[in-house]
Design a protein around this ligand. Sequence first.
Ligand SMILES: Nc1ncnc2c1ncn2[C@@H]1O[C@H](COP(=O)(O)OP(=O)(O)OP(=O)(O)O)[C@@H](O)[C@H]1O
Length: 255
Amino acid sequence: MISAKSLDLTFETNDGPVHALKGVDLDIGKGEFVSFIGPSGCGKTTFLRCIAALETPTGGELTVNGMTPENARQARAYGYVFQAAGLYPWRTIAGNIKLPLEIMGFSKAEQKKRVEQVLELVDLAGFGGKFPWQLSGGMQQRASIARALSFDADILLMDEPFGALDEIVRDHLNEELLKLWARTGKTIGFVTHSIPEAVYLSTKIVVMSPRPGRITDVIDSPLPKERPLDIRDTPEFLEIAHRVREGLRAGHAYD
Ligand SMILES: Nc1ncnc2c1ncn2[C@@H]1O[C@H](COP(=O)(O)OP(=O)(O)OP(=O)(O)O)[C@@H](O)[C@H]1O
């Protein structure tokens, strides 16, 4: 679904070149849940932005759904969820979710049907008429996920979507996201700073390191697809978490 070969991205800045990505090789299969974890500046967001054709690599190859990222963007191959929910306060939740559908020219009837479907998917049925400020932070983030799902793209790119939420809400949304992934079969790319979140959610964990931004470990998770929250106390889970932590420690500069 996503394939990167020797991918480089160097930003030219006033202070000299910044190697945001260097020699990144990664294959993501259809239906995988892949987390990117690593210290600040290791290129997690930059990699997601390359997939979304929001940045242009300076070297190597990248294909998304067999196409160039730009063609994939035009074919609406992905939905993107940001750290902040980014909902328009003057639009209702349904109005926000509908926005990409309006832009893409879906009929009014189709818009209505899809809004109802995705509200159901993120467990917000009945909240379409509310305004964003009438919802909790966790509900707003779910609405933003619904918006990214509304046009049924095969790929969902999520950049630290739950980073600003408290741990209990985050646990709940992690469980919900796994259910949603199981129901929809989407391919998910997910940026996080949390080791338990990465291990709990993923079929594949990509550990990254900065200066230059690169991949230092790729861990294929042996955990079953069905994952109750208390799987986090099992030896298998703790073993993967340990490997991620070791990878992070090895690539960390402590500056
Ligand atoms: N437009 C830009 N111009 C110059 N440098 C940039 C630009 N975008 C990102 N960078 C630099 O590229 C490197 C990687 O940034 P990126 O945002 O991808 O890291 P990250 O791993 O997502 O970090 P964080 O966890 O803090 O979000 C950083 O050193 C950053 O300063």
